[in-house]
Design a protein around this ligand. Structure first.
Ligand code: SF4
Length: 394
């Protein structure tokens, strides 16, 4: 289904609470080294596929005993992210069939995505994944500019990225996504326009954009705090984002979410589950699960997660119960970040006035009873979410 064909988000509609879960995220924690900017739940070590599968299996058993986040007999989407799932090698996805249940995954309507980094996405891995049933690959390309790749700490070069796309296509992946990072420091002299051209020349089905941010616990965050590194100006960040939106939409990709662009029919169904407030289960260290009104997350550290799961406990770190105000804020945020937009129907008059003001300032467009942000609006989406929510009485 085209995302723009989905109905706008009704802010006051109750989220889904019944029915078994049909979307699963699995975290693969291993990375060969930590990238300069990375804030993910990563274990820098050789990938241990057997230990990973054992821990996941133990977690699934503990969930079955608990009975709160039960899976349906058939899944709609499975997303294996990381970390670097491709480091786990060819047999890893086959192993997931046993962990999650072959019956849940062996059907033609499943979207099964796995993330890969170019240097470990070999022909063996690609064909092994296809055999297991993976039908969508997300490649962490980030840039084609060699100095930028070295600065980030990536282990591949520009040729590695091109070759990974060829390997994926040769193995039969007809749904291939690439990740790109924008907003790199000025001194790298990275040519963003050229990176976009190089990306388009590979003809991916989907592109995800990430704006570089300096999270405090990362080497980049520390370098910025100590004045050893400087992020680009807000103006250049905005320019690069808007340039990417223009180039990708001109090339036929739909901006179906603020950071995600797809050829018709190639929007990520898994991510759309997150953005529409449907329930999902997260397995693995640091993974989040949601089923209204509960959101919970697993222990972030791989060793702690594994010890708890294999010791027959639920490896959950903590959870929260979302109250009415949190759910409403979240639904506004989810609606504004996607092409679905927010329905004005059940908003107070003052919120509708606010939305009209956005339209006058080219931050949004109004179509009938729906307000959708423009790319300029997406640049200030967090502020606009709070502005709209402030019109509701507690
Ligand atoms: S490859 Fe990805 S997950 Fe691993 S360190 Fe780099 S950014 Fe983080």
């Amino acid at each position: 289904m085209k995302p723009s064909a989905l109905a706008a988000v009704r802010v006051l509609d109750p989220p889904q609470t019944v029915g078994a879960i049909r979307s699963v995220y699995v975290h693969a924690p291993f990375c060969a080294r930590r990238c300069f900017y990375c804030d993910f739940a990563v274990k820098v070590a050789s990938a241990d596929c057997d230990a990973w599968l054992r821990a996941l299996k133990a977690e699934v058993r503990a969930l079955e005993r608990e009975g709160a986040f039960l899976l349906d007999d058939t899944l709609d989407t499975l997303y294996v992210g990381g970390g670097t799932p491709s480091l786990l090698g060819a047999p890893a996805m086959e192993g997931l069939l046993t962990v999650i249940g072959e019956g849940r995954l062996r059907h033609s309507d499943l979207e099964w995505t796995a993330e890969a980094n170019p240097e470990s996405f070999t022909k063996d891995v690609a064909t092994g994944w296809r055999r297991a049933g993976v039908n969508r690959v997300s490649l962490g390309i980030q840039s084609f500019h060699e100095p930028a790749l070295r600065w980030m700490g990536r282990l591949h070069g520009a040729d590695g990225a091109r070759s990974a796309v060829r390997i994926g296509r040769a193995a039969g992946f007809s749904n291939l996504s690439v990740d790109l990072i924008f907003g790199l420091p000025d001194h790298l002299e990275r040519d963003w326009e050229r990176d976009l051209d190089d990306t388009l020349s590979l003809d991916p089905d989907h592109v995800s954009l990430y704006g570089l941010s300096a999270e405090p616990a990362t080497p980049l965050g520390r370098a910025v705090a100590e004045g050893r590194e400087t992020l680009p100006s807000e103006g250049r960040y905005e320019h690069e984002y808007l340039l990417a939106v223009d180039r990708l939409t001109e090339a036929g990709y739909e901006a179906y979410e603020m950071s995600n662009f797809a050829r018709p029919g190639f929007a990520s169904r898994h991510n759309s589950v997150y953005w529409s407030g449907e329930p999902y289960l997260g397995l693995g260290n640091g993974a989040h699960s949601y089923r209204h009104p509960v959101r919970r997350w697993n222990l972030r550290d791989w060793d702690a997660y594994r010890a708890r799961a294999e010791g027959s406990g639920l490896p959950v770190d903590d959870e929260e119960n979302l109250d009415v105000g949190q759910v409403r804020l979240e639904r506004i945020w989810l609606g504004l970040r996607t092409r679905r937009g927010v329905s004005l129907q059940d908003l107070p008059a003052s919120a509708r006035d606010r939305a009209r003001c956005w339209v006058e300032n080219a931050l949004a467009v109004a179509e009938g009873n729906v307000v959708r942000l423009t790319p300029r609006g997406w640049l200030v989406m967090d502020r606009l979410t709070v502005e709209l929510d402030a019109n509701f009485e507690e």
